[in-house]
Design a protein around this ligand. Sequence first.
Ligand code: TRP
Length: 446
Amino acid sequence: MSTKFSSKLSTILVAAGCSVGLGNIWRFPYVAGANGGGAFLLIYLVSIIIIGIPVMLSEFSMGRATHKSAVGAYKELGGRWHWLGLNGVLAATIIMGFYYVVAGWTTEYFAMSVSGRLADFSSASQLKDLFGAIVSNPWQPLVFTLGFILVNHLIITMGVAAGLERVSKVLMPLLFFILIGLAINSLLLPNSLEGVVFFLKPDFSKITPAVILEAVGQSFFSLSIGLGALIAYGSYIREETNLRSAALVIVALDTAVALLAGFIIFPATTSLGIDPTAGPALVFETLPAIFQALPMSMFLSTVFFVLLMIAALTSTMSLHEVLTVYLMEEWGCSRKKGTTITTLIVAVLGTVASLSFSVLSGVKLFDLNMFDFMDYLTANYMLPIGGLLTCIFVGWMLDRDVFEEQITNKGKLGGSIVPVMIFLLKYVCPIVLFIVFLNSIGIFKF
Ligand code: TRP
């Protein structure tokens, strides 16, 4: 594995590869659709700017200052605060539990596109039934989930940075252009305007504590922040790379992909009569319907689902790395052993999540099946809590010079942004996140 990314472009592309994934294309539209569209979008964007960017810079700084990943970095910088890193390791593990299942569904839709079977389902109601039939079959999704976990394992054992770099550099730009084409196509559909209005126009009466929590959670999930994954990335960033401009580009790319997904899905929902509040099924019901109406539909849908699988893979690799490196640094495992243990743990969690739509559908926590519970718990609680702790740590505990040196490249770049970031980290982010939590559990109403 190379010890540093080869250039600034690689840094950005690799981090963007980790950030852009099913979170942008599958999760963003489903959560936005279920939480009021424009109202959700507004809070999501605000959260990215005032919380996402400072937290991302904090994670990068901690990584580049220590050349370690989460737990090790906290140990070096904050001594007994190292347990803060553990929340992240746990969150990464649980995220993988459901994320691989969605990657498995993606693979299944890819397989149905290649074989042409997907062409037999075209109306909104047929596609809805198809998704329902797929997930409620215990075996098939499980095989695809475990298959994806195995492929991920094999790729990882061949070396992280090199593989990741090569894959993301070529294919993510391609995915981006396809998304632009699909968004234009959706905007040209009949009745698309209604969907655009739903997506963009905030209906302030829809802003509830739950919607705020979902929007903040989604911003963390999408940017891959809050669990220290970007601390490990920071440790690979070269000393001369400007962290702020890297973070800005990554955030802009990630947000652009999410917005494009919104512009693909929502105009199509109103045009094709699909319920935007369909939940995790939303994109799997909508995308095939969009493809059906295009020329060379099965070819396009195959290419699309392959790229989505690769986008998922670059994200799962980064998540996998969090637990693996933890096992290596803290438990003295070899890389090989750490990778294998991680894969086995994830296989168990993935099995539980996959079966939660069939044989385990009766097993519920807080009224959610295990898949939904893993999704909800990590995105809406564990990541924002990790982010809150990161802000408190960097804003209040960490020697300010450590952060300042990283942000200004030891004084080579201007430092006027530092006080702004420190202010956000010290006061704005912790207070906002704290209020969001209290509010969501009903303790503090506004
Ligand atoms: N951001 C990725 C996505 O949108 C998921 C992901 C990868 C992630 N690594 C992460 C989320 C680390 C949180 C933390 O699909």
